[in-house]
Structures are given as C-alpha cells and as structure tokens.
Design a protein around this ligand. Structure first.
Ligand code: SF4
Ligand code: SF4
Length: 199
C-alpha cells in the first residue's frame, strides 16, 4: 500500500462524518432549545411524583401514608403526615392517606429508592427537568397537589414500565378477589348401593 494510504482513508472517514453531521437529521446533536427539545430516553428519571387512579383526590392516590419511602430516603427529603381518618381504597379496604406529602427536590438525588421500596406502586419517577427557580426554599419544596399525577400521565412518560405495573396490580387484585370467594362446596360422596342379599 502506498505510504500514508491509511492516513488518507482515515481522513476520508472523518470528512464523510463531518459533512454528514450537517445533513443527516439523526446525527445533529444540537437542537434549538427551548423551541426544540431532544426526546428523552424512556427510562430517563428526575424527581418522584405520586400516582393517582381516577380522580385527582385523596381517594384516587395510591399512597396509603405507610411512610416506608420517608424512612428509606437517603437524604431524608420526603415529609409525610398521615391522615387521621381513613379512605375506602380501590380494593375496598379502609386505608390512611397522606394528609401532607412533600418532597424537597433541592435535596433529592434522584436515586429512585423511594420507588423501589413502595409496596403500593404509589410513587414513580418523573421526567420533568425545567424546574429551576430563583428562590432556594419554598419553590423547590413540591407539595401533594404538585406531586399528584394521573396513571395516564405515568403511561405517557414510561409506557413499558407503567404497563408492567398495571399488569402486576391487576394480577394482585384478581388473586385477592379469588381468595375472598367462598370455597365451592365439594360434591357429596355417592351413596353406596343397598345390599341386594342381606345376611
Ligand atoms: S409513597 Fe408508597 S412507600 Fe411512600 S408512604 Fe406512600 S405508600 Fe408508603
Ligand atoms: S429519589 Fe431518592 S433522594 Fe429522591 S425522594 Fe426518592 S429516595 Fe429520596
């Protein structure tokens, strides 16, 4: 091979990539933010939010104020006040709800531990990232009304994960319903035929 042929080949690859990066849309890494936004990967996560089913009220929130996430959060940025009264939940058991649920997102480190430990699929990771504020304290303390978001929203931002969660909840509800059903009475044993030749 001609001396320096490898260098020319390398230069050709570089030149092709350089020119291509101006014309192939997928390869353009710069977007005109904020008019344009690069799509986020499905598993991108930022800060947690609370999932509700149906109505955006305490009855719809999946959270039952068990406080496991509050205890497990490494930087202790979750603050929950349990309700005094109970609410009927979607499987019919009376449960508590969070009278207050705050997350200080200036402290949250997006570790997702709160999501992993929640037994009720009640807290999930959001994808919002435009949360900067000039005010250090109050504006970065998200309260229950700001944290509560619908299951439909969850499906929009994490479709695969949300579908898995729905399937798990449906299976658990079906298993609970089956457990509640009274056992079907077993059929009576057949009566033995009477002895045609008694002793
Ligand atoms: S979000 Fe989950 S773990 Fe946290 S208090 Fe509510 S139900 Fe319990
Ligand atoms: S993501 Fe981590 S740091 Fe943030 S609230 Fe959940 S457990 Fe706490």
């Amino acid at each position: 091979m001609m001396l320096g042929g490898g260098i020319l080949k390398g230069m050709a690859v570089t030149a092709r990539n350089f020119v291509g990066s101006y014309f192939v849309k997928e390869r353009m890494t710069t977007v005109q933010y904020p008019e344009e936004r690069a799509p986020l990967p499905e598993n991108y996560r930022n800060f947690p939010f609370l999932v509700f089913d149906g109505e955006a009220s305490d009855a719809g929130l999946r959270c039952v104020a068990c406080k496991i996430c509050e205890k497990e959060c490494p930087p202790q940025c979750i603050y929950i006040v349990k309700s005094n009264d109970k609410k009927p939940d979607y499987v019919g058991k009376p449960q508590f709800y969070p009278a207050q649920f705050d997350i200080d997102i200036s402290v949250c480190m997006s570790c997702q531990i709160c999501v992993e430990v929640c037994p009720f699929e009640a807290i999930k990771m959001d994808k919002v990232y435009e949360l900067s504020s000039r005010e250090r304290f109050d504006a970065l303390l998200l309260r229950k009304p700001e944290l509560a978001k619908s299951n439909e929203y969850y499906h929009r931002i994490h479709p695969t994960e949300a579908a898995d969660v729905d399937a798990g909840l449906a299976a658990a509800a079906a298993a609970a319903a089956a457990k509640k059903k009274p056992a079907v009475a077993s059929p009576a044993p057949p009566t033995p035929p009477s002895n045609p030749n008694p002793a």
